[in-house]
Design a protein around this ligand. Sequence first.
Ligand code: ZN
Length: 424
Amino acid sequence: MRAWTSPDLPSLDDLGPAPAVRIHDSASRGLFTTPVPRSQVGGHPEGSSPDAARMYVCGITPYDATHLGHAATYVAFDLLNRAWRAAGHEVRYVQNVTDVDDPLLERAAATGTDWVELAERETELFRADMTALRVIAPDEYVGAVESIPLVVELVHQLRERGFVYDVDGDLYFSVHADPRFGSVSGYDEARMTELFGERGGDPERRGKKHPLDCLLWQAERPGEPAWDSELGRGRPGWHVECSAIALHHLGEAFDVQGGGSDLVFPHHEMSAAEAQAAFDGLTFARAYVHAGMVGYEGEKMSKSKGNLVLVSRLREDGVDPMAIRLALLRHHYRSDWEWTDGDLTRAETWLADWRTAVTRPSGAATAEVVRAVRAALADDLDAPRATEAVRRWSVATNEGADTSEPGAGEVIRRLVDASLGIAL
Ligand code: ZN
């Protein structure tokens, strides 16, 4: 599937390497550090390529437009992508599109739309939103439909190992086949069962061996799309889609599996268990990273509640996407927070101040800002602290602080563009 066009990243080579990035891992509840590329460790031969940092972020189910909760998640992982690059990593980034699943088919049926057209239209709108927000595109942008052969292969492998069973033609995975099942979320069985029921699972379906066992392959239903395969005619389950795509395009033990915090369970737990049960000794992801939920008018922003603030709507209203991005960055990615109109007006004021400051012929000293921004981002993507450092510089510069550092504005412009993704 075609991704979107990545923004140009200005070079920061003259500023030297940024610190190694530490990021919060939900599974260990501690900080995970991707090792600094070997090429930067003393004594390593020049010209050797650095180890790629590998990231998989769960993509959209394209049945509605991108809201600010989605945008906050993808911007958070974009910060990680940028911080890794600044630390000298090559980054390999994969994202999926769940272009066949129940919510998409239900919306298509309810609105009398062809499901393929609906998916294509909403995916295109997502691309436009990501482009406007200057999010670096994934190296591989992969649809579920085009990945059906990968899913079939993985389910086949699980079946060979005896971890798959049939309920009225639908194929289920015995989740406890992976002895590490439960280690991503750390939830007990009661909590898992509750969340499984709330988030698209079917703990009460009769015929299952265990309430938490999850669907791998759904047999064809009347009026729904289906594909022929050795598993019978049907379509893939959601979790195994991500297991198969991530393993194929990134390999095992990739650095970060990312998404919103509502994906911790069941989605990331199930995806990891399916991959890990399929191959002895395999580790799916090394760290599981989750962005908080964005609320609006007192509730979590969600399609089902209908309280969405859409990126595309704001753009249509003439809001500068860079102000949207800055407003998102003013909240730490792991926090749950509520969007208000004040977020946007404050971000617009800051953005205007930054733009004024960088056009001055000289300004306040930059070395400390560079250090502070990079240190903040390397410390679990602390964008509020990073933006505060830029803010301090812009205030000092606009108030006339002048260390006669020529080109100060140009350094800050490149720093803010490459590190925070904000074009001034
Ligand atoms: Zn996923």
